[in-house]
Design a protein around this ligand. Structure first.
Ligand code: BGC
Length: 250
């Protein structure tokens, strides 16, 4: 099945048509910066623009940086608060003229890694962490997703973990890889103590610099870098849409 996958993020909105059997892109992906206001209407317009640029008329799957119930955004950490209570699926569908399903962005990236990447064939408890503007998490038990885990927001020393350990925090505070790596390690150690996973998969744009910060990670749990890099969110959103909009068994 062919699905237009779109990864709606706090800093960029990117999309490509995906072959959900192979996980391959059917055309090079497009990327637009997220409008600075990060409000619903301007972001939906970009989703519509991406669908139009690909001349798309089929199903669309969108990864979105919030917890979601039936297409409705429940949180808004790195997007405008106006998103809370908005039916993102409906809004994107109106903007693109296509049926759209939405899934949390980290859950989408996790689905793609479990199917085509570092988590392929892995049973037990697998936790994917996407490290970018925010800290996103996706939890799998024997390959089955537990949706909407928002573990980037656990508190460490009374503060939201994402504020100190995301890639945005590294950039904002101009931290060395080593210093930031230690913060990330503390965050992962906290998750390790609470969930005892069999595997952590680390993803997000920062993973291309894995060799600079992985030496600071001192967990007992196995840690693997994501394999699909920046494409996981797009591929996973497409996989989810195949199931949500009919036609597959995700
Ligand atoms: C949001 C999550 C999202 C993550 C990565 C967090 O701030 O609360 O829903 O998955 O950022 O974008």
């Amino acid at each position: 099945m062919q699905v237009l996958g779109i990864d709606v993020g706090g800093s960029g909105i990117k999309g490509a048509p995906v072959d959900t059997e192979s996980g391959e892109f059917l055309a090079p992906r497009l990327r637009f910066p997220t409008p600075p206001s990060a409000k619903p209407e301007p972001m939906a317009k970009i989703v519509g623009d991406i669908a139009r640029q690909f001349n798309w008329q089929g199903p669309v799957g969108a990864g979105f940086p919030a917890a979601l119930h039936h297409g409705v955004a429940l949180t808004a950490a790195n997007i405008h608060k106006k998103w809370i209570g908005v039916n993102a699926a409906e809004l994107f569908s109106n903007a693109s003229g296509c049926p759209v399903s939405v899934i949390n962005d980290a859950d989408a990236a996790g689905l793609a890694e479990m199917r085509f990447g570092a988590g392929r064939g892995r049973r037990g408890v697998v936790m994917m962490i996407t490290i970018g503007t925010g800290l996103g998490t996706a939890l799998f038990i024997d390959g089955k997703l537990v949706p909407n885990t928002e573990l980037g927001h656990i508190e460490i020393d009374g503060d939201d973990a994402e504020l100190h350990a995301s890639d945005a925090a590294r950039k904002r505070e101009r931290l060395s890889w080593k210093k930031w790596g230690r913060r990330l390690n503390r965050y992962l150690q906290t998750l390790e103590r609470l969930f005892w996973p069999d595997l952590f998969i680390l993803g997000g744009g920062v993973i291309k610099n894995a060799e600079k910060f992985l030496p600071s990670i001192t967990l007992n749990t196995e840690v693997l870098p994501a394999e699909l890099l920046n494409d996981a969110g797009i591929v996973g959103a497409a996989l989810y849409a195949r199931q949500a909009l009919g036609g597959g068994d995700e």
